[in-house]
Design a protein around this ligand. Structure first.
Ligand SMILES: [Zn+2]
Ligand SMILES: [Zn+2]
Length: 397
């Protein structure tokens, strides 16, 4: 199905053109002074300041996160469309995930839409989401109700593919502690219970669990404590384990199998085990095909063809997963490097600050604004998005 360019779409295009210089300046400003998760003070202030100057109502510190914000414009009524801005960077690597481009594209889309809103009705939210890389700011925002009543949550991510959606798995990080009993390894070994032995046993059984787990599942473990000296049987051993699965439901299943393995490892050795969660669990990403279809068609008008992701490829996990299991959401990739590269590399940081990043950001800004416009203008878009969302929820995808 073609998405024709209408007068409002042309208006958006003209607006993005007019804004392009300022958007790129902002993008470069973020790129040149990267800030880590939860420390994005300058970015949050710059972006929310631009929105306030354009007449948006800005609330800062949303969801108890100092570098989070929500800017609102429009009538306050439905439909409600949220544009999501990320702006945190990576230690050592700077903007090697290209969040400077996500921020500038979302800002550009918001500014381009601003003066169309009185005619369309509805409410536009611009959600400044900190700490995607470390902590998951969107999880707190979801819990605080920021996305309640939203009909379409829209963002793009720069990448090494043009993909209409991102294959992102559910994730949880567990701390596993084995409690044994210290003893001298040759003096009174019969009194000892080797906690490290239980931890090593767990690693061994996980190999088997991994081999039998469904596609998209993965467990990565590290040892964080395994004894202090070699002349005492360790009474305490600890590991951290990152569990991933295709869906949030499959992750719960994997976690219970993991827990059984840990309990069995402890029992075999005679130790005791405790398991706790580190941080919040990330939901899997549920792409909304209706909204992704609208975005992809607008992107195609701009000369970028986005396809479905390659089957069997998974690109990590993100807090957008937690948004996407609550409301219809898109998170497409627009390429700034060829597929034989990766994000979180110095090359990706370079591309996020040069012409490749600029072109992707401006195209994404325009396609996001046009998608948001269609969600405001055509009730069939949000109705269709919710219908598919309910179907996906019913089958647990
Ligand atoms: Zn990243
Ligand atoms: Zn990222």
């Amino acid at each position: 199905m073609d998405t024709p360019s209408t007068l409002p779409h042309q208006h958006i295009s003209t607006r993005i053109d007019a804004l392009s210089r300022r958007l790129w300046e902002i993008s470069l400003e973020l790129h040149g002074r990267p800030e880590l998760s939860h420390h994005e003070r300058r970015a949050a202030s710059l972006l929310s300041g631009e929105l306030a100057a354009a007449g948006f109502d800005v609330e800062r510190g949303t969801a108890g996160l100092p570098t989070s914000f929500v800017a609102r414009a429009g009538s306050g009524d439905a439909p409600r469309v949220a544009l999501i801005l990320e702006y945190d960077a990576l230690p050592e690597l700077g903007h090697a995930c290209g969040h400077n481009l996500i921020a500038a594209a979302g800002l550009g889309a918001a500014l381009a839409l601003r003066d169309l809103l009185p005619a369309t009705g509805g409410t536009l939210l611009v959600v400044g989401s900190p700490a995607e890389e470390d902590g998951g700011g969107k999880i707190a925002q979801v819990e605080a109700g920021v996305f309640d009543g939203v009909d379409a949550a829209l963002m793009f991510h720069p990448g090494v593919h043009n993909w209409s959606w991102a294959p992102l798995t559910a994730l949880t990080d567990l701390r596993v502690t084995f409690h044994g009993r210290a003893a001298h390894p040759t003096g009174n070994p019969e009194d000892g219970v080797d906690a490290l032995h239980a931890l090593i046993r767990l690693f061994t059984t996980l190999d088997e669990l991994g081999e039998n787990a469904p596609s998209g599942s993965h467990i990565q473990g590290i040892v964080t404590e395994g004894g202090k000296v070699t002349n005492v049987i360790p009474d305490h051993a600890e590991g951290r384990f990152c569990l991933r699965a295709l869906t949030t439901g499959a992750l719960a299943e994997l976690e219970s199998r993991f827990t059984r393995c840990a309990t069995e490892a402890a029992r075999t050795v005679g130790a005791r085990v405790t398991i706790s969660r580190e941080g919040d669990a990330y939901g899997h990403f549920r792409s909304n095909p209706v909204l992704a279809g609208v975005f992809t068609r607008h992107l195609a008008r701009l000369g970028i063809t986005a396809t479905e992701p390659d089957p069997g490829v998974f690109l990590g996990s993100s807090d957008i997963g937690n948004v996407s299991t609550r409301v219809p959401t898109i998170h497409p990739f627009v390429r700034i490097l060829p597929p034989d590269h990766s994000d979180h590399t110095p090359e990706f940081a370079t591309a996020a600050g040069d012409e490749r990043g600029r072109a992707a950001m401006l195209a994404a800004a325009e396609a996001l604004a046009c998608t948001a416009y269609d969600a405001f203008d055509d009730p069939a878009v949000t109705r269709g998005a919710w219908n598919v969302f309910e179907e996906q929820r019913t089958v647990g995808r």
